[in-house]
Design a protein around this ligand. Structure first.
Ligand code: BGC
Length: 747
């Protein structure tokens, strides 16, 4: 026994030495594989299973907690491969020091939901998506990674790349909206941002594309609910952002809580082994969602936890987050011959490989250095980037009689439950810090900072977010009466969207609508700011307001960014990444639906067509919608050709002119429609977009290209093909406002 241990330690010594000799963490893949294999050979089955086990810290948790007083003991025994919800150099160092007491001294991986910023909070991911600014989104992820990596975090559980079409689902705040093309572009940008140049760099964290797959289609928008859909829809709508994330090199994937066509995603070998690790050649590892392995018993897919472990490992789930099913059963399952040790080895290899790539064997504390954490704390340039991102995320929905931008000479009344909110501005999935109240810029602060010194700004809370208390109404009216303009904040509280925050009612909660109505009665113009993590039903509120800005939750610099837009220092440029319904009964509503056999011809058409008899057919706001303080005119579209063969590319161009008074940015959107195909095709599909910044009076010509590769789809046999025939090409400002031309592609 002693001899065996001595040999092991000697080997380990040589192995660590050789790693330390490597100044540069990046090694060739051959070398890396050899190092992984030599370590794997030293490991007992128990130690291997330990690498597949992940716990939350006791400092913070993001799911149902399982009491466990012995986590440290298990770490020291080599039975834990990763911890989540451990952040900060101090905490990560403590836990890592325990891991280094284990026999093989394999370092822990620290994971954290760094979803929209770390120390500096950026806008909600859905809000960022509204910027359609891929570079800015990548930068936001880059900064989040840099701050997190300096605080000991190796791995973020982001980006969330689920597509969804139901705003009742609380997690819409976390992704990039309803469209697969935009979603795929953003997924890749976020992966690039998080992972930087290469894993192993001190400013890079591993990305995790989640939740694989189709979690966004939870029936009825109710979180964790089942999903039943054709494979064609899965591939056409839900898979593209995952594929884009894999192609961008995402180091890890997370599977999902939902069952997909009767198989829990966590136990799906189709998704994990066949598609992800097989067809897509994914070399990273898959982590389960919180407890999702054990939850396969609740699904009725496994009789007990042991069977759940068997099904999950066989299906390709490599790491068990918090369910303890692997810890409790995998060793026995291997010994009983029910799980092949090869599967365990493969999972361990994938995880060790990432630990090597991160350089943790060279120095397990390399991400946990106090000086670097301090250096990344409150970096001015990060705050500037957060403010920029926040400005770009705001969407102007209405601006009657140029009510915005505001003049600083106006007497303002700031009313509503969010004017002085502080933490709300961070939104769900943000990391809270003890000094938040001192550093988050709320609306009150943002507006005060802009107004001339000594200006008197009226304030009344008016009402709470979600109760029936109207005792603040009288004060709100009197404050409004003394002002020229009312800036009114309404919406849902920041914790009304997020995980497990599905809502059946998307109207403004509490008595907020009544407050708007009363304030409208004063005759003063209302500038409405809507804070939310999802599209809300706000038609009545919009009707009573002169201008409406959708301000989501914008992060640390929220107040500054909103004030920049209110006073015209930034001309709003956001475009909706989700269709906004008129009312909940229209859900699901999304722009790229099929035409049906009886499409409605116009908004009020309901006689024997696919429509509701009590609602117009259009949404409140279409996908891609957003106004500007200026006016962009679109010239006529020109096409390089209208009859093309498969080798040719179609070129389309359109000239955009800024006819208004303000410089501004327009997002020019390109959609196509396949007129007839072997399977029905959506009425529109986004195929490209370009942003153009124009001074007043300035024009620019935008050119797009389309090749037959861009017209591919999944046919009945799930082959990804294009079919010759007629196509509509549409260019415009949003999914409903486009110019349309017909072209033909022949073989
Ligand atoms: C969520 C994941 C998250 C995990 C860890 C789960 O409940 O679904 O998105 O990464 O918790 O916090």
């Amino acid at each position: 026994m002693f001899k065996f241990q001595a040999t092991v330690l000697f080997l380990l010594f040589c192995f660590v030495q050789s790693s330390q000799a490597q100044k540069n963490v990046s090694t060739t893949s051959g070398e890396l594989n050899r190092r992984v294999d030599s370590l794997l050979r030293l490991m007992t089955l128990e130690e291997k299973v330990g690498q597949l086990n992940q716990y939350t810290s006791d400092w913070n948790f993001t799911g149902p907690i399982t009491p466990d007083n012995d986590k440290i003991g298990q770490i020291r025994a080599g039975k834990v491969g990763s911890m989540l919800n451990v952040k900060g150099v101090e905490h990560t160092r403590i836990l890592q020091s325990h891991a280094l007491q284990s026999r093989l001294k394999i370092p822990l991986l620290f994971g954290q939901d760094v979803v929209h910023g770390f120390r500096t909070t950026f806008p909600l991911p859905l809000a960022e998506a509204a910027s359609w600014d891929i570079e800015a989104i990548e930068l936001s992820a880059r900064i989040a990674a840099t701050e997190a990596a300096a605080a000991g975090v190796h791995w973020t559980f982001a980006p969330m790349v689920d597509i969804y079409r139901d705003p009742r689902w609380g997690r819409v705040m976390e992704g990039a909206g309803e469209d697969s093309y935009l979603g795929a572009r953003i997924a890749a940008a976020r992966v690039r941002g998080f992972q930087g140049k290469q894993l192993g760099d001190l400013d890079a964290v591993m990305a995790c594309a989640k939740h694989f797959a189709a979690y966004g289609a939870a029936e009825g928008g109710r979180d964790y609910n089942s999903v039943d859909m054709s494979l064609r829809k899965l591939w056409e709508v839900y898979m593209p952002p995952f594929k884009a994330a894999a192609d961008a090199g995402a180091a890890t994937f997370m599977n999902s809580f939902n069952d997909l066509n009767g198989i829990p995603a966590t136990g799906s070998s189709y998704l994990q082994r066949e598609v992800l690790k097989g067809k897509w050649g994914f070399k990273g590892f898959v982590v389960s969602d919180w407890g999702s392995i054990g939850e396969m018993v609740n699904h009725g897919f496994a009789v007990n936890d042991k069977e759940a472990a068997l099904l999950a490992i066989n299906a390709g789930s490599d790491m068990d987050m918090e369910s303890r099913s692997y810890r409790n059963h995998l060793v026995a399952l291997v010994k009983e011959g029910k799980v092949k040790e090869d599967y365990i080895d493969d999972a361990v290899r994938r995880i060790l490989q990432k630990k090597f790539e991160l350089g943790l064997f060279e120095d397990p504390y390399r991400f946990s250095v106090l000086g670097r954490q301090a250096e990344q704390w409150n970096k001015k340039e990060n705050l500037i980037a957060a403010r920029e991102m926040a400005k770009k995320s705001i969407v102007l929905l209405k601006n009657e009689n140029a009510a915005l931008p505001l003049s600083k000479s106006k007497k303002l009344a700031l009313i509503g439950p969010f004017v002085k909110s502080v933490r709300d501005n961070l939104g769900f999935w943000s990391i809270e810090w003890p000094d938040d109240s001192l550093r988050i810029v709320n609306l009150w602060q943002g507006v005060k900072d802009k107004m001339p010194k000594g200006s008197v700004i009226g304030y009344a809370r008016g009402c709470n977010v979600n109760d029936n208390d109207t005792s603040g109404f009288a004060e709100a009216i009197s404050v409004a009466q003394n002002a020229d303009v009312i800036i009114l904040t309404v919406g849902e509280a920041s914790d009304m969207s997020g995980e497990a925050k599905s809502r059946s009612n998307l109207h403004l909660p509490g008595v907020q609508q009544r407050l708007i109505q009363l304030l409208a009665g004063t005759g003063k113009p209302i500038i409405l700011l809507v804070h939310a993590g999802r599209p809300l039903v706000i038609q009545d509120a919009v009707a009573q307001s002169s201008a409406v800005l959708y301000t989501w939750w914008l992060g640390t610099e929220a107040g500054h960014a909103i004030a920049d837009v209110l006073f015209g220092e930034y001309n709003p440029s956001g475009r909706l990444p989700m269709t906004f319904p008129r009312t909940e009964g229209q859900i699901p509503i999304y722009y790229n639906h099929y035409n049906t056999g009886r499409p409605a011809a116009h908004d009020n058409h309901s006689n024997y067509v696919s429509a509701y008899i009590d609602l117009p057919n259009s949404p409140a706001y279409p996908f891609g919608f957003g106004l500007s303080y200026t006016q962009f005119d679109y010239g006529k579209m020109t096409l390089s050709d209208t009859l093309l063969n498969s080798a040719q590319k179609l070129k389309m161009s359109v000239t955009i002119t800024n006819r208004g008074k303000y410089a501004g940015k327009e997002t020019v959107q390109l959609y196509t429609r396949d007129i007839a195909a072997s399977v029905v095709r959506p009425v529109k599909e986004l195929k490209g977009f370009q942003q153009v910044f124009l001074q007043p009076g300035e024009s620019k010509t935008i050119v797009f290209e389309i090749a037959t590769d861009d017209l591919r789809f999944y046919n009945e046999q799930l082959e990804y093909i294009w079919e010759p025939g007629d196509f509509d090409i549409m260019i415009g400002r949003n999914a409903l406002d486009v110019e349309r031309r017909r072209i033909r592609f022949i073989k």
